[in-house]
Write a protein that binds this ligand. Structure first.
Ligand SMILES: *Cc1c(COP(=O)(O)O)cnc(C)c1O
Length: 456
């Protein structure tokens, strides 16, 4: 059969709001032209994030009812721990309520002012937590990793020669650990190859620096390895993820992604001393180590989700749906980051609206217009999110001006995707009318969440 289908049928439905263009004109203005301020009951298709927006399976819902809400020693925790030990091989599995809690706990234990944390590309909350600890977050993407128009199999890779230089320049004693983010969310949801993880570990071993994975999308990354990396075609997804984690000393994860549930996260590590320190911090701020700030029924849903996400039919549908949207846009010449990644299509704002300079946030303008045309919510991942000012106040743009269309897992059908493509193609055809924007409010950290804008 040539037609690809969603590998599930629908048991429960949720109505989606349908609005008029006139209404949306008012809603986006009331949202200060920032899609984070939109109320979800004004959004028809919500592609703001793939985080915690997953549709759970009937099996997950069934196990939720069976959750053991014991404060300590809950059997739901042991199910969660058991599947994660099988996947990651880590001795210590420490649950947290989401990914950034795992990051905050880890960095408040291992990081301090003066230290350096390298990563292929830090996700925004990871960078936020590194900087909040006083350390410096350094991104080391490869050359093609920041070139949206150039295709490549593993554009998420970390730049290993640059990592070696960094260690030589700053000294291994100033680098408590190195991160690799799989898939590279900020860099376009692009996968990291097994070879890159293995070689990074080899390099770090020379200096005694631990390797941690920011493993939010480990299953999607593994599926790309199976598709693209020589030698992995006949391996199962479980075998591939186990090999990926075998090179790491620990991980942090937002289970709101490949945990296929609506909340959760964890830290994994083999280092018992570190685990003890992390647990002290966890108890003070999140909860006891057998629930980490989650309801135990959430751990049940995650224990099932971590198995379901390794299903190859699911992953083929997942990656295929993202590619399907990318292909529709490319057929209409809409500039996108290529190839499409695991969880999102990224529009290339710099080529989409070249008449708007980076300091006037082309991506923000495009995101607002996509909402006006189709009631579709997307997010800017460009100079609003990552632009900075140097010491003398000069604007430093982000390395790419992207707009992310994140696809929630198992939520939207092919006709929803067709609708999204139609709206974006319309915005692209009328791109000359897009106008630049300026900030009217920004917070000191992670400003994109709460920033307010006006048109210049
Ligand atoms: C989502 C995400 C995080 C943060 O997780 P939250 O659950 O949103 O706190 C960290 N790193 C990456 C790569 C992510 O995608």
């Amino acid at each position: 059969m040539k037609t690809s289908i969603e590998p599930f049928k629908i048991k429960t439905v949720e109505e989606i709001p349908i609005t008029t263009r006139e209404e949306r004109e008012i809603y986006i203005k009331e949202a200060f032209f920032n899609t984070f301020y939109l109320r979800s009951d004004t959004v028809t298709i919500d592609l703001l994030t793939d985080s915690g927006t997953t549709a759970m399976s009937s099996k997950q819902w069934a196990h939720i009812l069976d959750g053991d809400e014991a404060y300590a020693g809950s059997r739901s925790f042991f199910k969660f721990e058991s599947i994660l030990r099988e996947i990651t091989g880590f001795k210590h599995i420490i649950p947290t309520h989401q990914g950034r809690a795992a990051e905050r706990i880890l960095f408040s234990v291992i990081s301090k002012p003066g230290l350096i944390i390298p990563n292929n590309t830090h996700f925004d909350t990871t960078r936020g937590n590194v900087e909040f600890s006083g350390a410096t977050a350094i991104d080391l993407p490869t050359e093609i990793g920041t070139k949206p128009e150039i295709p490549g199999d593993f554009k998420g890779n970390i730049n290993i020669p640059a990592l070696r230089n960094l260690i030589e320049n700053y000294g291994k004693e100033n680098i408590p650990l190195c991160f690799i983010t799989i898939t590279n969310n900020t860099g376009g949801g692009q996968p990291v190859s097994m070879e890159n993880i293995r070689e990074t570990k080899k390099l770090l071993n020379e200096y005694g620096i631990p390797l941690f994975l920011d493993c939010c999308r480990f299953a999607e990354n593994a599926y790309f390895i199976k598709l693209r990396e020589p030698g992995y075609q006949s391996k199962t997804i479980m075998e591939i993820v186990q090999e990926m984690f075998s090179y790491a000393d620990g991980c942090t994860m937002s289970a709101k992604k490949d945990g296929l549930a609506n909340t959760g996260g964890f830290i994994g590590t083999n280092d018992t001393d570190l685990a003890e320190k992390l647990k002290v911090n966890l108890i003070v701020t999140e909860g006891f180590p057998t629930y980490g700030g989650l309801a135990r029924r959430d751990l049940e849903a995650l224990a099932i989700g971590f198995r379901e996400v390794l299903n190859e039919n699911y992953l083929a549908y997942r990656v295929g749906q993202v590619k399907y949207l990318g292909d529709l846009l490319m057929e209409a010449n809409v500039p996108i980051l290529v190839p499409t990644g695991g969880h999102a299509v990224y529009l290339d704002g710099a080529r989409f609206a070249p008449h708007i300079p980076p300091h006037q946030f082309p991506g923000q303008s495009i995101a607002c217009e996509i909402y006006r045309v189709g009631g579709i919510r997307v997010v800017e991942i460009g100079s609003v999110m990552f632009g900075r000012k140097d010491e003398s106040g000069n604007f430093i743009p982000a390395s790419m001006e992207l707009i992310r269309l994140a696809i929630p897992r198992r939520v939207y059908t092919k006709s929803h995707i067709d609708y999204v493509a139609e709206a974006i193609i319309e915005v692209y055809q009328n791109r000359d009318s897009l106008r630049g924007m300026r900030l009217t409010y920004e917070a000191p950290l992670l400003r994109h969440f709460t920033a307010k804008f006006e048109y210049v």
